[in-house]
Write a protein that binds this ligand. Structure first.
Ligand SMILES: O=P(O)(O)OC[C@H]1O[C@H](OP(=O)(O)OP(=O)(O)O)[C@H](O)[C@@H]1O
Ligand code: HPA
Ligand SMILES: [Mg+2]
Length: 179
């Protein structure tokens, strides 16, 4: 961690408590239904792993890899599919699991892409959201934390592929990205 981080924004304990809270609501919503969690690689790996274990509802899990940030701190706006789902989601209850909604461009694209595959339902759960950064309005059912418009890392979130393994969410010192 050293001096590359400016501050801890959300602790490991706060993340755990929030995921337990969200899991209880998701359990209630999908009681008696088959639920497919779709994790968005790579950032959502930690949220997916911890949220899935906090749920009592039996779920299946699939993954999609899309990338719009590359090595920078700004979304390019161009979303690329790096890996598609392994399964057909037609008729299934699908919950997209994300680490962060920043500009909203990734999710907006993903919702229309997955929506066109005719799932029985399609909702979103995200750990973090930056309301001030939104470039498109998105209807998100479950949100962990609204955070300020600052670049964050940790708990799956990277800067140039680094910091994903931090157990908390922190802000990056400006010198790291040349700010
Ligand atoms: O709302 P947006 O501005 O579109 O940003 C959010 C997306 O950006 C990040 O992914 P990234 O493209 O960095 O890929 P990664 O998960 O592999 O790091 C993050 O995991 C979200 O998927
Ligand atoms: O603040 C962020 N940090 C890391 N990855 C991201 N992808 C979108 N916003 C962010
Ligand atoms: Mg990234």
């Amino acid at each position: 961690m050293g001096t590359d981080l400016k501050s801890v924004l959300i602790t490991k304990e706060e993340i755990g408590a929030k995921l337990a809270e969200l899991a209880a609501k998701i359990d209630a919503e999908y009681a008696g239904k088959d639920l497919l969690l779709v994790g968005v690689l790579k950032g959502a790996v930690m949220v997916m792993a911890d949220l899935a274990r906090a749920l009592s509802t039996p779920v299946t899990m699939d993954w999609m890899a899309v990338s719009s940030y590359g090595a920078g701190t700004q979304s390019s706006g161009v979303v690329r599919i790096l890996k598609d789902l392994d399964t057909d989601i037609k008729g299934k209850h699908v919950l997209i699991v994300e680490d962060i909604i920043d500009s909203g461009l990734t999710l907006s694209w993903l919702l229309s892409n997955l929506g066109s595959r005719e799932p029985a339902s399609l909702e979103v759960c995200t750990l973090l959201r930056k309301p001030e950064a939104a470039k498109v309005a998105i209807d998100v059912k479950w949100i962990g934390f609204d955070i300020p418009n600052e670049f964050v890392v940790g708990y799956g979130l990277d800067y140039a592929e680094k910091f994903r393994n931090l157990p908390f969410v922190g802000t990056l010192a400006p010198h790291v990205y040349g700010g």
